[in-house]
Ligand binder design. Structure first.
Ligand code: SF4
Length: 249
């Protein structure tokens, strides 16, 4: 039976039981799982999460270390021309849209929220460039409010592989996956389960070639070992990289 069919046909009672077992193991594996974006305030976390779209946390952290020395709060982002901000965040990608979102967000924070980041879903999703995922990161990580489950690329992929979603069309169907995960896990665990799934997705259940043989969840995962016949992940061969190097000279 395919993962999709298991996801649909497994009784919700059994699925919740399996989800509880998965979470128990994830907690053991990643007792300190937390948001990988460096931040010292709700504001920094908000801006870093906007910058993290289509980028890596490592890359965003590299940029923000200097960025938050220059821009200390929302008002500072409004003092510069958009081109200057674009230049400062260039390496995170999509810098034009991100700069527009950041400036729009800072404008609204200054005009309507006294320069402070609000702590409700309704207020957060009013900010330009902030949708449920970003709002969930800020609410769960900084304000310790479990309003939803953060579904990023790792969480979406793992939810699909482990048949923890049954209504989603695919692993990118984030809003539907979030709804299914909210039904499966207790509210108090929503932030924790997202962080732990992200860590597991980075370390074991990678996008291209999951390491099922090393995975402590394999007994609970309907996709376990179904990737065994995939070709190895391709990197440049030694021959090719030598050629590329000589061509660059
Ligand atoms: S068993 Fe394999 S597919 Fe399932 S969660 Fe583990 S690594 Fe991912």
């Amino acid at each position: 039976m395919t993962t999709r069919r298991i996801a649909v046909h497994e009784m919700i009672f059994d699925k919740k039981k399996r989800a509880r077992s998965i979470l128990r193991i994830l907690r053991r594996l990643y007792p300190n799982a937390d948001c990988a974006l460096e931040h010292r305030s709700a504001f920094e976390l908000l801006i870093s999460t906007i910058l993290a779209a289509q980028s890596t946390d490592v890359n965003v952290n590299r940029v923000t270390r200097a960025l938050y020395q220059k821009y200390r709060g929302p008002a500072d982002f409004l003092k510069v021309q958009p081109e200057e901000l674009e230049n400062d965040i260039h390496s995170t990608g999509f810098y034009h849209n991100k700069a527009r979102s950041i400036i729009g967000t800072c404008r609204l924070l200054v005009d309507e929220y006294d320069g402070k980041v609000p702590d409700t879903m309704n207020d957060l999703v009013r900010l330009p460039g902030v949708a449920r995922k970003t709002a969930n990161v800020v609410l769960g990580t900084w304000f310790k409010k479990n309003e939803g489950v953060v579904v990023d690329t790792h969480v979406g992929r793992l939810a699909e592989r482990m048949a923890l979603t049954w209504n989603a069309r695919d692993s990118k169907d984030a809003v539907v996956i979030e709804k299914d995960l909210m039904e499966l896990f207790s509210r108090k665990d929503w932030t924790c389960v997202a962080h732990a799934l992200v860590w597991h997705g980075r370390k074991i259940c990678m996008a291209k070639k999951p390491a099922c043989a090393l995975c402590d969840l394999s007994d609970l995962c309907p996709s376990a070992f179904s990737f065994e016949n995939l070709p190895p992940v391709k990197g440049p061969t030694r021959k090719r990289s030598l050629r590329q190097r000589s061509e660059r000279r």
